[in-house]
Design a protein around this ligand. Structure first.
Ligand SMILES: Nc1ncnc2c1ncn2[C@@H]1O[C@H](COP(=O)(O)OP(=O)(O)OP(=O)(O)O)[C@@H](O)[C@H]1O
Length: 278
């Protein structure tokens, strides 16, 4: 498949994701719909079913599975912010994790436009190694996971991984970013486990941005931050987007006031169904 060479950076088509229902759960996230039907399988089928259910979290094909993403399609365009809203449990994080290659889809495809010549083939998630895919399509989670050690150790950490052996740590880039966040070089020496929640998220964000992904998926990155830190993070992300036209942001948020004015498009998720909001 070839994707629109003009502005499309990432395109996904007819994504379906299934997850295992929690039988008897009173969690509203897991109730409702077909999955509550009683089902008495044949003995042989039961054996097959038991085997499948051992891996059901990542296995979209279980007959007891419920639909988490329902035939979603969409395009992320270069230089744009797309905002994704939707009620809790509607499937926003699941969509982000599938796009980032962290959760398998049941069916469907995702293509990333080649960053080389326009004639080069686009990359499908199905034929790209997970490491290569995740270098280009990165997920910034709400809860930053930092390691023991200081800020500098955490920022350097990705370069110890095989995936980033060809890239090198650029201290000057970090000092420039920190200056824009009203922080100086001393911040690099602070112990990660002494940082505030907002500072942790800033470190987490810098750690990801330095690796230069092309598509950044943001899962409520400012949800736990105060107004000032949140504004700093938004500016950091905007500067990053504007520094290279071949980038795109997909931003999950409940606080549309914060980001909607900067966004080009608005998607809405309801019970796994993705629609373009007016
Ligand atoms: N790996 C998984 N397997 C099965 N079910 C899952 C899996 N991950 C998430 N779910 C379920 O999918 C549904 C959607 O979850 P998701 O985290 O995407 O919601 P959300 O829209 O991001 O909500 P919130 O705004 O509260 O973060 C939930 O019912 C959740 O329990």
């Amino acid at each position: 498949m070839r994707i629109d060479p003009d502005r499309t950076l990432l395109e996904f088509n007819n994504l379906w994701v299934h997850g295992r229902p929690v039988v008897g759960s009173d969690n509203p996230k897991h109730s409702s719909g077909e999955q509550t039907k009683t089902f008495v399988p044949h003995k042989l089928y039961q054996r097959w079913l038991n085997k499948r259910q051992k891996n059901a979290l990542s296995d979209g094909l279980s007959p007891h599975s419920r639909i988490l993403i329902n035939g979603a399609s969409g395009k992320l365009l270069t230089g744009q912010i797309t905002v994704l809203t939707g009620a809790s449990g509607s499937g926003k994080s699941v969509l982000l994790r599938v796009l980032a290659g962290l959760l398998p889809m049941s069916t469907g495809d995702i293509h990333l436009r080649s960053d080389a010549t326009p004639h080069q083939r686009d990359e499908s998630i199905h034929t790209t190694s997970p490491i290569t895919w995740r270098k280009q399509v990165a997920l910034l989670a709400q809860q930053p996971q930092l390691l023991e050690g200081n800020v500098l150790d955490n920022l350097k950490m990705p370069y110890a991984l095989d995936a980033h052996q060809t890239q090198s740590f650029d201290i000057n880039w970090h000092l420039t970013q920190l200056a824009s966040l009203n922080k100086n070089a001393d911040f690099l020496q602070q112990e990660a486990n002494h940082l505030s929640g907002g500072e942790r998220q800033l470190v987490n964000t810098l750690r990801l941005l330095q690796l230069n992904p092309r598509v950044l998926l943001l899962d409520e990155p400012t949800a736990a931050l105060d107004i000032d830190t949140s504004a700093q993070l938004v500016s950091l992300l905007m500067r990053w987007l504007q520094a290279n036209r071949q980038r795109s942001l997909l931003w999950v948020t409940h606080d549309t006031k914060e980001i909607m004015s900067l966004a080009s498009r608005h998607w809405h998720m309801q019970a796994g169904v993705l629609t373009e909001a007016p």
